[in-house]
Design a protein around this ligand. Structure first.
Ligand code: SF4
Length: 207
């Protein structure tokens, strides 16, 4: 049920690491798929995160001047009514919508009307579960070779993940917490966190 809110793990406005152009990335909290090797197990619990007004996310995205939203998780289609409301509200403000799902398009198409409404308000769907045994070696944004880019509108037809390099967006907040966006495998994430911890320690010594 959609009450105008979404269970969100975090939101990052103005990133270039989650698809074409400047984007607002929204990490949905909760994932019922739980792929082996997923680097986001802290997003599995649907009771985690923060209940966030959908209008607030869209208003902030528009204010940030982004081209569109990237809906990621967690599993966006575990909250189909809220996801549909967010995607529709974003499109009504002129924003594009890219949604990731661990479910395959065909299985989503066979679901209820709110899921279909979510798909109807999505420009590009990236589908399929993460398969650690089939690592992706060519395309940006996805971790395994089974995952597909399915254009539901023409908006992102020019985007070619095979000629784009993955980007990483790392932000250290004033309170010392670290925000990371972009695609990393488990080893890359570990290396990045070690590097970030080292640089924070160096800055601390210089201060
Ligand atoms: S669908 Fe995504 S968030 Fe869920 S377990 Fe698989 S990779 Fe992780």
């Amino acid at each position: 049920m959609n009450d105008g809110h979404l269970q969100v793990a975090r939101v990052l406005h103005g990133t270039t690491a989650e698809g074409p152009g400047l984007r607002s990335a929204v990490w949905f909290q909760g994932c019922s798929i739980q792929c082996k090797g997923c680097i986001n197990p802290h997003l599995f619990n649907p009771r985690g995160g923060t209940r966030t007004p959908i209008a607030e996310i869209v208003d902030q995205a528009v204010a940030a001047g982004v081209e569109g939203l990237t809906l990621i998780g967690g599993e966006p289609f575990d909250q189909p009514a809220s996801g549909a409301a967010l995607a529709k509200a974003a499109q009504e403000r002129g924003l594009g919508v890219i949604a990731f799902s661990g479910y395959e398009y065909e299985s989503l198409l066979g679901r209820d009307d709110v899921t279909k409404a979510f798909l109807a308000a999505t420009d590009l769907l990236v589908d399929g579960p993460y398969e650690a045994r089939n690592p992706e070696t060519r395309r940006a944004l996805v971790g395994s070779s089974n995952q597909r880019f399915i254009h539901l509108t023409k908006r992102y037809k020019a985007y070619k993940p095979e000629v784009v390099t993955n980007r990483i967006d790392v932000r250290v907040r004033p309170n010392g917490s670290i925000d990371v966006a972009g695609f990393l495998d488990a080893d890359g994430l570990k290396d990045l966190l070690q590097t970030t911890e080292s640089s924070r320690a160096i800055r601390g010594r210089q201060a």
